[in-house]
Design a binder for this molecule. Structure first.
Ligand code: FAD
Length: 454
């Protein structure tokens, strides 16, 4: 009852309720046209997707290609409500395969940076430890700005597919979606795609919560880097630079806008934002604090911090969901992407795994609907898709957990950490039976390489 009073006293909310009414006719027309060829007696399934991030938009896009209706609810007020952060590399077999399934490959080719796969991994003095690309034809991993990716996906959806400004507070018994300002009661299937701390995850599996990885993050940016920081710009070579030492790591990445995204991660207590002695959202204070941490780092890496501009100053803790966890299926509700397997970004698999989840869940729903299935059959398909996701996600989760420990919590010299990181990445891509061989090959290679590193 208090909820109802809350809506009715809030003018903005009244407008939103009106908007829902306005939105109804086109949505119903879309449903009718979508189901024009289907069995006439089968009412359309009502699918509610929470979150218009990569997972939610990809799921919606692939469903829309088969004329399966859905509604996405997104807490952001608009597509460009907040900065969408840095660059993402899409991998063959997962992220890139999803863009193809979504028939967005041509669009991706316009904005994906295939020359962006240069990667330098160095120590704090910028001594190269590993270098790849540019133009690794065997394992292309083109980069795309997160903002561009969201725009491509959001614009590919039928009009009205995303309701902006809908923040889900909780899901109540009976699939009732409680938003800040309204409720939605008639969802046959809810798909949580709202990232870490998902409300749909809490509804299905309330006992499990993300835990702190032990790593804090600052997200910064150098605008117009070719002119404002030419030496750093050249170093990045249109790709990415990672440099690490003693539980601290800087990442510098080219963005399509000409800016460089700069990330600073370090092992910290969970309450560091209250105890660090500076404002983690004040760029000048953050730069000063990082430069203090980088006292003995090489001058060009320090310059990357010195040249950071004022347009972005993100600060947060990095959380994870437990490695290898799974949940009891709950009829009518599921969750994918970060909502299911929130990870730190250090294995670079998050968005790829989210896309893979979305395309596989979409394919399962499409198959069930096209076979004439109702909510019961669709639910069985969703359960099977969950089982498949559990198997896939534990591999990425384990890989991410191991490399996070290596980068931030190993007491070894960075030169001894790198081969172990390489082994973890290779293990995630190969069958278990080959792991001893992988270990042997990489260890031998590194033994020889280390002698050249000095
Ligand atoms: C610093 C950083 C760097 C990263 N770098 C990489 C990388 O290089 N490569 C890679 O593969 N992955 C990377 N990741 C991980 C990647 O960003 C995520 O795995 C990916 O975005 C997950 O997509 P998603 O759609 O599941 O969730 P999200 O991207 O989190 O999207 C969730 C959406 O739901 C909305 N939402 C949230 N709460 C609600 C609510 N209550 N109600 C309604 N809507 C809501 C959000 O506004 C958002 O639009 C990085 C992550 C971080 C933090």
């Amino acid at each position: 009852m208090s909820e109802v009073k809350l809506w009715m006293t809030d003018a903005r909310v009244r407008r939103d309720v009106e908007k829902i009414e306005e939105a109804r006719p086109p949505l119903i027309l879309f449903w009718l046209s979508a189901n024009a060829g289907a069995r006439p007696t089968m009412p359309p399934l009502k699918i509610s997707i929470i979150g218009a991030g990569p997972a939610g938009c990809m799921l919606g896009r692939i469903l829309s290609l088969s004329n399966i209706p859905f509604q996405i609810y997104e807490s952001d007020e608009s597509p460009d409500y907040r900065s969408q952060g840095g660059s993402l590399d899409l991998h063959p077999g997962t992220g890139l395969a999803a863009m193809k399934d979504a028939k967005l490959w041509d669009e991706f080719l316009k904005y994906g940076r295939f020359d962006g796969d240069y990667m330098l991994v160095a120590d704090k003095d910028l001594r190269p430890l590993m270098q790849f690309g540019p133009g690794n034809k065997l394992n292309e991993r083109p980069e795309i700005d997160r903002a561009e990716l969201r725009r491509i996906l959001a614009e590919s959806l039928p009009e009205g597919s995303i309701k902006w400004g809908y923040r889900l507070r909780r899901v109540e018994e009976g699939n009732v979606l409680v938003f800040d300002h309204t409720i939605v009661t008639d969802s046959d299937l809810i798909v949580g795609c709202e990232g870490g701390w998902s409300k749909v995850q809490s509804y299905v599996a309330p006992a499990v919560k993300p835990y702190y990885s032990g790593v804090g993050y600052h997200g910064l940016r150098i605008p117009d880097a070719a002119n404002t920081a030419p030496d750093v710009y050249k170093l990045v070579n249109r790709g990415s630079v990672f440099a690490a030492s003693n539980g601290k790591r800087i990442t510098i990445q080219q963005l399509g806008t000409g800016a460089l995204s700069v990330g600073w991660c370090s092992s910290r207590p969970e309450n560091w934002m209250e105890t660090c002695g500076y404002d983690p959202h004040n760029v000048e204070q953050v730069k000063e604090a990082i430069l203090k941490d980088m006292e003995y780092w090489g001058p060009l890496l320090r310059e990357a911090i010195e040249k950071v501009g004022e347009d972005l100053c993100d600060g947060k803790n990095l959380y994870m969901l437990p490695v290898g966890w799974r949940w009891e299926h709950r009829r009518g509700a599921t969750f994918i992407g970060d909502a299911a397997h929130l990870m730190t970004p250090f294995a670079g698999e998050g968005v790829n795994a989210a896309f893979d989840d979305a395309r596989k869940l979409a394919a399962a729903i499409v198959r069930a609907v096209q076979a004439g299935g109702g909510p019961g059959e669709v639910d069985k398909a969703v359960k099977a898709a969950e089982e498949d996701m559990f198997e896939r996600m534990k591999v990425y989760q384990r890989q991410t957990d191991e490399v996070t420990k290596l980068w931030f919590f190993s007491k070894e010299d960075i030169k001894d950490v790198i081969p172990k990181v390489m082994i973890e990445h290779a293990k995630a891509k190969t069958p278990t039976v080959l792991h001893p061989l992988i270990w042997g090959l990489i260890s031998s290679y590194w033994f020889l390489k280390k002698r050249t590193l000095g």
